[in-house]
Design a protein around this ligand. Structure first.
Ligand code: ATP
Ligand code: MG
Ligand code: MG
Ligand code: MG
Length: 576
């Protein structure tokens, strides 16, 4: 490939809306071009990277025995009504109408469509197990699209779906995908961690996220350096903080930068919009010594979903909660959360708070009678006025570094991550809702056991840059670099010798299957080198009259401090 046949468009400055380094560098390197909020053109340079990511994913999915198909972007609403997600999904689901006023959605994921295919095509146990996947455009009307392709509204996802006859076999399909994901992220050259995760809106009870380790990640990962315990903090916390008033909600939203607030996580976990009221009670337990003196008081939050009806709650019972819990006093709350008495405690907590998981309506009763009495519940908090601004998201976490690891093997550490992949065991959630049955050996219909497996193809491109860059630009892992090698001839437009040598090396490397680009634009060396350092090509070879006199070229790896003088033969050996 020659630069003149390709399209290169680099910029000195990044646009003002680019907050993180990957977004800035992708814009400056001419990889993407903004069309609207969270919607990007993938320009030729960026598309080459995306295609390489896709190729690695496709190879490993095929190797793992998955079968590729392609499901439509536009899907009829009826299927989504069948599973109930038409009503449940909220504003993230983009709905459209056709000319006949029929409802459709732009797919954010494809469980419904694949289950519809499976119920028609997979009729017998002999056809199972089966794993179908596609690499397709998704649309999610994200509340806060940002960070370029990392949280876009339109993006590319690889999503796979497994169908099995029973739970045991589904477990094998899950393990198989988990292993394939390890191979994919290894080949992509990323530093990542597989962590236990909550199953969120999709349901089921087994789930892992693949998190690329990066400071700018929107997720927090809790892990134990002395064991293999690792979990998404949302799961580690079970459920967490909540504001109970609008001002506090908005305040907490503010703290969600650059990571996501625990509050947002809770809202998502409970399937509620962040602005919806979520009620909480602050409780305490006392540990006493033999003499009966209180030696330690632990503050807890009891969460009540915003859609719970208080009267209904009052009529129920609370068997799930052990004896020993009491309402925290106003003074205890103020002391613990570092706020003025009289305001909602949970907002802006400076100390770890233990959380009692979201209780069902029936479990809430005893504690709710009295919830609105003095000392029990703080209201009307105003960020900044009543409470100090928290320094960081970590301040409002319930799990903090140094907490004991749940496996008892050490203490917890916290790290930020970017979710690039997610594997779920779904059970029969979709097959039961949509009547996707197969006939077993005895001719008896049974619902298929399902799993789903996503990878954020375009998000990976951003995540790779977050991990691999310096002050000059991107440093691509070779496996996904837009070009593996760039040839930079000096005086290409003036010297016939340089031109001939560059062309010859280009042809030789190309014949060996090396992804090489010859920069024949005739740029001055400084500008030319700056471009390729920004674009992040891992290997650069400089061809000049001066070097050619001694039969030498200059080679520099993107991470090398200096160039080294090498022979043509050396270069070919090095790069082949
Ligand atoms: P997040 O927690 O970041 O919103 P998610 O859990 O909603 O992601 P999944 O439903 O698990 O996402 O989708 C599978 C994969 O798709 C994710 O692991 C992620 O890599 C990618 N993905 C999800 N949302 C986006 C987005 N808005 N932009 C780019 N990639 C995304
Ligand atoms: Mg999401
Ligand atoms: Mg997630
Ligand atoms: Mg996910």
């Amino acid at each position: 490939m020659k630069a003149s046949q390709f399209f290169i468009s680099t910029q000195k400055e990044a646009p003002a809306d680019a907050e993180v380094v990957s977004h800035k560098l992708m814009m400056r390197a001419g990889m993407i071009k903004r069309l609207g909020a969270g919607i990007y053109n993938y320009m030729p340079m960026g598309l080459r990277v995306i295609r390489k990511v896709e190729a690695i994913i496709r190879e490993e999915m095929n190797r793992a025995g998955a079968v590729e198909l392609l499901m439509p972007v536009v899907q009829p609403a009826e299927l989504w009504q069948e599973t109930g997600r038409w009503d449940k999904m909220g504003p993230e689901l983009l709905r459209v109408k056709d000319r006949h006023e029929r409802d459709f959605i732009i797919q954010p994921t494809s469980e419904e469509v694949i289950t519809d295919i499976a119920r028609q095509e997979l009729r017998s146990y002999r056809q199972l197990p089966k794993n179908f996947y596609h690499i397709q455009t998704k649309f999610r009307d994200e509340r806060r699209p940002r960070f370029g392709v990392m949280r876009g509204r339109e993006f590319t996802m690889k999503d796979a779906y497994s169908f099995d006859r029973d739970v045991e076999s589904a477990g094998k399909s899950y393990e198989n995908m988990y292993a394939a994901y390890g191979r994919i992220f290894d080949r992509l050259g990323l530093r990542y961690r597989a962590v236990a995760a909550d199953t969120g809106a999709i349901g089921g009870d087994r789930s892992h996220e693949f998190q690329v380790i990066a400071e700018t990640g929107e997720d927090a990962i809790v892990y134990c350096p002395d064991s293999d315990y690792a979990a998404n903090i949302e799961l580690a916390e079970a459920v967490a903080l909540l504001p109970s008033r609008g001002a506090a909600t908005r305040a907490l939203e503010k703290t969600a930068t650059p990571g996501r607030s625990t509050c947002a996580a809770v809202a998502e976990l409970l399937g509620l919009p962040l602005t919806q009221t979520v009620k909480s009670l602050v409780l305490a337990t006392d540990e006493k010594n033999e003499a009966g003196d209180i030696v330690k008081t632990t503050v807890w939050l009891l969460l009540l979903r915003g859609d719970h009806d208080l009267n209904e709650v009052k009529a129920g019972k609370l068997p799930g909660l052990k004896a020993g819990f009491r309402f925290a006093t106003e003074a205890e709350i103020a002391d613990h959360f570092g706020c003025k008495p009289g305001y909602l405690g949970p907002v802006g907590v400076k100390k770890p708070v233990k959380v009692i998981a979201d209780r069902t309506v029936a479990q809430m009763a005893d504690f709710v009678s009295g919830a609105n009495e003095a000392d029990f519940h703080l209201t009307g908090v105003n960020w900044g006025r009543d409470l100090p601004e928290p320094d960081a998201v970590a301040d409002i976490r319930n799990v903090v570094e140094g907490d004991p690891s749940p496996d008892g093997k050490g203490v917890l550490a916290i790290q930020r991550g970017i979710e690039v992949g997610h594997v779920f065991y779904l059970g029969t959630k979709y097959s039961a809702a949509m009547n996707a049955n197969y006939l077993d050996e005895n001719g008896k219909p049974r619902p298929m056991e399902m799993g789903c497996y996503g990878i954020g193809v375009t998000r990976i491109v951003g995540a790779a840059i977050e991990q691999n860059h310096d002050e000059r630009g991107i440093i691509w892992p070779t496996s996904i670099a837009p070009f593996a090698v760039v040839l930079c001839p000096i005086g290409y437009d003036r010297s016939a010798e340089v031109q001939a040598a560059a062309q010859q090396l280009h042809d030789e490397l190309s014949a060996l299957g090396v992804d090489v680009l010859l920069d024949d634009r005739g740029e001055r060396p400084g500008a030319m080198f700056a471009d390729w350092e920004l674009i992040g090509v891992p290997h650069r070879v400089v061809i000049s009259d001066r070097g050619l006199k001694d039969g030498k070229l200059e080679y520099q790896g993107r991470r090398d401090a200096q160039a080294t003088s090498v022979t043509v033969a050396d270069v070919v050996t090095l790069l082949r």
